[in-house]
Design a protein around this ligand. Sequence first.
Ligand SMILES: NC(=O)c1ccc[n+]([C@@H]2O[C@H](COP(=O)([O-])OP(=O)(O)OC[C@H]3O[C@@H](n4cnc5c(N)ncnc54)[C@H](O)[C@@H]3O)[C@@H](O)[C@H]2O)c1
Length: 252
Amino acid sequence: MLAAGTLTFGRLDRRRAFVSGGAQGIGAAIVRSFAAAGCHVVIGDLDIAAATELAGQVGAVPAKLDVTDTGLVQQVISQHGPFDIVVNNAGVDQHAFFTDTTPADWAKLLAVNLVSVFACTHAALPEMQSAGFGRIINIASEAARLGSRGGAVYAAAKGGVVAFTKSIARENARYGITANVIAPGPIRTPMLKQAVAKGGDRILEAMTDSTLLRRLGEPEEIAAAALFLASDQASYITGETIGVSGGMGLGG
Ligand SMILES: NC(=O)c1ccc[n+]([C@@H]2O[C@H](COP(=O)([O-])OP(=O)(O)OC[C@H]3O[C@@H](n4cnc5c(N)ncnc54)[C@H](O)[C@@H]3O)[C@@H](O)[C@H]2O)c1
């Protein structure tokens, strides 16, 4: 609980965090902000070269990890843990109408975007429960709330992340563990660049027009919300989904 008069927003001294997919994009911004706040950060990413480079810059620890390999997730989290904070950020998108997708596409999208969240959470929770403290922060998408033309399975996976997070919040409140979701809108990252490269400027225009603020978000704007949710100041927030999306879906 937060003692009266303590406002040290954003400090994570003596905390230990695991960030999946932390080598680039939103995950990298989260790694940078957590490390700058005094947190010991472990970056779990497929791209070990990028993870190692970033880790060197900010004093974090890189770990080669495919989040769809449940056994490896368990191994990496027990080797580097225990963790106070887990950020389930790794994700992949695929732009195709549902009728053009295959069961193999569905399996991959669900594995990276949803089952990996189960795996990392399952591996980290027992230590959090013993410690009587934990922060689970899951990066979903506004697609969970609004759906996505050309991203039906992705949106379904992210919707699953929201429902899963609420359930984890319910089951773990008594251990002092909170679980929340951040739902980004269109954020300027390599993932978004790929989508634009495929769909052209019209996609970019549609994305910016879908926000009230009429612009893309920056990875640091998601990291700010993650830092808040990880901080002591967010001690009374759990089971929530925070949209960081420039007012996406509100029309305008
Ligand atoms: N960029 C956006 O506009 C946007 C919008 C909504 C939600 N999101 C979500 O935010 C999160 C981060 O997205 P981003 O835009 O930074 O993506 P990105 O593609 O730029 O970066 C993703 C990172 O995850 C890693 N990764 C991918 N698959 C992995 C796996 N199987 N195991 C381990 N690491 C893996 C990649 O190597 C990369 O470092 C994702 O969950 C994404 O769905 C992004």
